[in-house]
Ligand binder design. Structure first.
Ligand SMILES: C[S@@+](CC[C@H](N)C(=O)[O-])C[C@H]1O[C@@H](n2cnc3c(N)ncnc32)[C@H](O)[C@@H]1O
Length: 247
């Protein structure tokens, strides 16, 4: 794949020109989309967002529908499809699962380069017949949810029934052990040490529940004790419930 320096179009992309990236990383536009590129020996393949093919497509078709942990945590059930704010959007994998199950999802991402990759993936998903309906349920905002969640949600006119949080968890492994693709991502996102503040903001704004994804053995985020937990093989959801989604 050959990439050229990024051309700019939408609001999020326009910021690409001003994005300061860690040394040695570049955002490049190629025929297959926008990609974050670094030294291949250290970082492996370029990082990009693809909702149409690959893992996202496989999970959309065979992932287990509303039986998936993230769907249960967010309260998707027969006849119940809440509106969901994913305030730690990342590469949009969780948000895409939730939107593919019918939920309207507002995605918030504070790292400009990650938001740009996500925006690019969403644009391509919009153009493909398999994913266009799903992408139409996903709305992306670039901003810091810990600082201004209420304002972002209000300006998007989005009803925040459920707020989904999946902040980065500080890793103790030596960087050589972290998967190459995660190294590029970690380089941009950092450790999200302000997660307690984000949780506080989410608890203020969510009308029904806040759900927090954690590594299975990790402690909950500092703050109120979750009322419920849902455990999977490697991750866990902590649930903070204000009121029932079932009328
Ligand atoms: C572990 S990743 C999320 C992965 C995502 N759940 C997925 O499925 O791709 C955490 C992301 O949340 C973003 N983030 C953390 N705190 C944030 C905040 N206060 N506002 C917006 N984005 C935030 C980080 O920049 C990072 O991209």
């Amino acid at each position: 794949m050959t990439f050229e320096e990024s051309a700019v179009e939408s609001d999020v992309e326009r910021e690409i020109e001003g994005i300061v990236l860690p040394d040695g990383l570049r955002l490049l536009q190629g025929a297959e989309g926008l990609a974050l590129v670094g030294d291949e020996k250290r970082y492996g393949k370029p990082l990009s967002v693809d909702f149409v093919a690959g893992k996202a497509a496989h999970r959309r078709r065979f992932g287990g529908g509303r039986g998936q942990l993230v769907a249960k945590a967010c309260g998707l059930a027969k006849g119940v499809t809440p509106s969901i704010v994913d305030a730690t959007a990342g590469l949009g994998r969780d948000a895409f699962v939730l939107a593919s199950l019918g939920a309207q999802v507002l995605l918030i991402e504070r790292v400009a380069a990650i938001a740009a990759l996500l925006n690019d993936g969403l644009k391509r998903a919009t153009r493909h017949s398999d994913t266009a309906d799903i992408a139409a349920r996903m709305q992306l905002c670039h901003g810091d949810a810990a600082q201004s969640l209420a304002d972002i949600v209000a300006s998007a006119h989005f009803p925040p029934q459920v707020i989904h949080l999946d902040p980065m968890f500080p890793h103790r492994e030596k960087s050589a052990l972290v998967k190459k693709e995660m190294r590029l991502f970690r380089e941009l996102a950092g450790d999200d040490n302000d997660a307690p503040r984000l949780l506080e903001a989410a608890l203020d704004v969510a009308t029904h529940r806040v759900v927090v994804k954690r590594p299975r053995k990790a402690p909950p985020i500092d703050g109120p004790v979750p009322q419920h937990t849902l455990e999977g093989k490697t991750s866990r959801y902590d649930l903070y419930v204000h009121r029932s989604l079932v009328r």
